[in-house]
Design a protein around this ligand. Structure first.
Ligand code: HEM
Length: 541
């Protein structure tokens, strides 16, 4: 059994509790602005809800999953207790305190600024301080991942770092660097205004800093999912990982190409030149590289499992796969959603095509399908896989798990496909109210109601997930085997130096950030008169 079970369980439970509450808010948002509900009269409630929903789903939930899974990997892959457990609890405490500090002002109506902060809107300083605490807590995790890896390498000179740990540390470094953009924006631009030290803000520059964090944050959300693809799925379905070096290369490439692409969120922003926009568009296309490598390697690994189970011929291995195994089901659903979401992403990344869907509900549909769908369904799989090793109790309700995964998949398709459609019709995102009696948008009423139904299915699925885990805490006691990761077809005895450490990839990551962000940032900072008056939001201000 894992040594730091309480620590890991604390991370997962806080993550999933926040997820459950935020899920309810998501459905409420969908419902009250649909034709099924009368106009609530005050948009403020809508924006409060979206701010809590976005903050919980985008910052708190995936960060805690990555941290909890990271500690699991450290102990299980390195086969030794976690070094720095007290610091790990401190990190957890900071994330928990930060979450409460951020959410309270939003609930009180003092910081409805959405999770992207939206300067020049400025909310209560405690909202931003809370977010900073969450990030600082997660940086403690980054440091611990690095220290544990260093100590293991010192004691095992020349041995290949276990793949799961290599990937885990790659994810932590990606997060450490990508969070820097938002941290600079918060500490040097937003907080001085929120604290009343200054009254103006360079909103254009702030958006550039935020884009440094967004888009790479998406790949941080994705890391636990990709780690599960490579190191859990082949083992869980009775197969072998097709290629260990290919897996390492994918994670290393994510470190390099995830960062210098965020300006694709600013295609419509006038303060960034079109040359840089085009450059970021091209770099965004490069992200397809590690993703396609992953799709190839995982499909090959799954095929190996099918053939080991006696599957023959071109398609026979598909029917031989263990479709009743929840992990098999989860990875299949995840790939389908990744495929559709990725295809939609091609439109977003294109400098030209993006103009047709920019800031429409297409975007909301896209990131729910990728994040809420392809990524989160593997978070469920991770929880199902490691729960018995954390609780010492069996998870026996396979039928419920399958029902949960099916409903999540169906719900996410029914929620997000109509969103894409109304986006193409031009429906803007982040609106508290749509007047469906207006003939111009009346045809969008039916797809919007379909999305409400999809959200309801997701709520049922999310609650089922929580119920399965709660039941798992009370199930009969077992003594689980040692927690293992997938074994590769050719287990590496040695790996090239570059794929056993991060020096090369981190230099490329930082170098490309400087090249792709250096000029726009320096240019904007050197321009006079770019600051605009802040717009203070919140009751009574
Ligand atoms: C029942 C399922 C869900 C429903 C009905 C739902 C609904 C919504 C709605 C209506 C919005 C606001 C869109 C707008 O204003 O245009 C939103 C935003 C968002 N949702 Fe969800 N959501 C759900 C699940 C999820 C999940 C599972 C995640 C991720 C794990 C997620 C992450 C986000 C994020 C990051 C935002 C952006 C908030 C912002 O713009 O500040 N949602 N969601």
């Amino acid at each position: 059994m894992l040594n730091s079970r309480r620590l890991i369980l604390a991370h997962f439970w806080l993550a999933f509790a926040g997820f459950g509450l935020a899920l309810l808010l998501g459905e409420w948002q969908m419902f009250i602005r649909s034709p099924l509900h009368a106009w609530i009269g005050d948009p403020e409630w809508y924006y409060r809800s979206v701010t809590v929903h976005g903050t919980a789903m985008a910052y708190v939930f995936p960060t805690l999953v990555a941290m909890g899974f990271g500690y699991t990997i450290t102990e299980a892959a390195l086969k030794r207790p976690l070094v720095g457990i007290r610091c790990a609890w401190l990190g957890f405490g900071l994330v928990a305190v930060g979450t409460v500090t951020a959410v309270v002002p939003v609930v009180l109506g003092l910081a409805s600024v959405l999770y992207t902060f939206y300067p020049p809107l400025i909310g209560n300083p405690f909202y931003y301080i809370g977010v900073v605490l969450v990030v600082v807590g997660s940086w403690i995790w980054v440091a611990l991942m690095s220290i544990n890896l260093y100590l293991w390498k010192r004691d095992n000179p020349g041995r290949p770092v276990p793949l799961a740990m290599f990937a885990n540390v790659a994810g932590s470094y990606l997060w450490a660097w990508t969070a820097v953009g938002a941290a600079i924006e918060l500490l040097f631009q937003i907080l001085p205004v929120a604290l009343g030290i200054t009254s103006t803000i360079d909103a254009g520059l702030a958006r550039v800093f935020f884009s440094w964090t967004l888009h790479a944050i998406v790949y941080f959300w994705l890391m636990p999912t990709y780690i599960a693809y490579y190191t859990i799925v082949p083992r869980a379905i009775g197969g072998r990982l097709f290629s260990d070096p290919m897996a390492r290369l994918s994670f290393a490439l994510f470190l390099v190409v995830a960062m210098p692409i965020g300006v694709h969120h600013l295609f419509m922003d006038p303060q960034v030149g079109s040359g840089f926009k085009f450059m970021h568009s091209v770099f965004t296309a490069l992200v397809a590289l590690p993703t396609l490598l992953t799709v190839f390697t995982i499909c090959a690994s799954v095929e190996i499992a099918g053939r080991l189970r006696g599957g023959k011929g071109v398609f026979g291995w598909l029917t031989a796969l263990p479709w009743r195994n929840p992990i098999m089901l989860a990875v299949a659903f995840s790939f389908v959603m990744l495929g559709f979401g990725g295809a939609g992403g091609l439109v977003n990344m294109s400098y030209q095509l993006d103009t047709t869907i920019h800031n429409t509900q297409w975007i909301t549909g896209h990131f729910h399908l990728i994040f809420g769908g392809a990524i989160v369904i593997m978070y469920f799989a991770i929880a199902y896989d490691i729960w018995p090793h954390l609780t010492g109790r069996a998870l026996v309700s396979f039928r419920l798990m399958r029902a949960q995964l099916w409903t999540w998949f169906i719900g996410m398709i029914v929620l997000s496909f109509p969103w894409h459609y109304v986006g193409i019709l031009g429906m803007p995102r982040r609106m508290a109210f749509y007047d469906f009696t207006d003939p111009a948008i009346a045809p969008q009423a039916i797809p919007v109601m379909m999305s409400v139904a999809g959200g309801a299915i997701l709520v049922i699925s999310g609650m089922l997930f929580l119920a399965i885990l709660i039941r798992g805490q009370r199930a009969p006691r077992i003594t689980p085997d040692e927690y293992r990761f997938s074994v590769a077809v050719h287990e590496p005895r040695t790996v090239p130096l570059a794929l056993n450490g991060f020096g090369l990839w981190l230099s490329l990551m930082v170098g490309l950030t400087v090249v792709n962000y250096g000029f726009p940032i320096v240019h904007l900072m050197s321009m006079p008169g770019t600051a605009v008056p802040a717009v203070i939001v919140g009751a009574g201000r």
